[in-house]
Design a protein around this ligand. Sequence first.
Ligand code: HEC
Length: 166
Amino acid sequence: MKKFILGWILGWVAIFVGAFLYVRSGHAPVATNSGPLPMETFFAKTALHATVAPAAKLKSPLPVNSDNLFGGVMVYNHNCAFCHGEPHQNSKIAEGMFPRPPQLFTAHGMVTDDPVGITFWKVKNGIRLSGMPAFQSKLSQEQMWQVSLLLSHANQLPAAVGAALK
Ligand code: HEC
C-alpha cells in the first residue's frame, strides 16, 4: 500500500514537473498562429459546456418578430460583425485570432442548433481566454436577447432582415 501511494505521488510530481518544463521550454504554442496546447481544446470545451449548459433553460422574454430581428441586426452590425462576419463576407480579423471567432452566418459557424439561452449566456458573459467579450455592461438585456434571437434564426431570416446585415 505504501509503495502504491509513493508511486502515485511520484507520478503526479513527474506530471507537474514535465508540464512546468514544457511551458518553460520556449516551445509551447503561445502565438495565435500556432496550434493549441496539448489537451487545451478538450479542457476548454468541456469546461465551457458544463458551465453554460443550465442556460439552455432560459427563455427569451422577447418574441421573434421583425422589430426584434431588426434590433438584433443593429446590435450585430455595430458590435459583432467585425469578428463574426456577415452573410456574404467573412471577417478578415478573425483569421488572425486563436481560437477563431466562428462566422455566425455561414453553414459551418451558425448557432441555430443551440438553445437561444445558451447564445444569450455567451453574449452576456463572454468566453474567457478566447477574445469573445462579455457585453453585459455595454448592451441592454433587450439588445442581448435581440441579437441572440437573430443568431438562433440565422438560417431562416426574412429577406429584408438579411439585407440589413452589412
Ligand atoms: C473581438 C472579437 C469578437 C467580438 C467583437 C465578438 N465575438 Fe463572439 N466570439 C469570439 C470568439 C473568438 C469566439 C470563439 C470562442 C470559443 O471558441 O470558445 C466567439 C464565440 C461566440 C459565440 C459562440 C459560438 C459557438 O459556436 O458556440 C457566440 C454565440 C458569439 N460569439 C456571439 C457574439 C455576439 C452576438 C457578438 C456581438 C454582440 C460577439 N460575439 C462579438 C470573438 C468575438
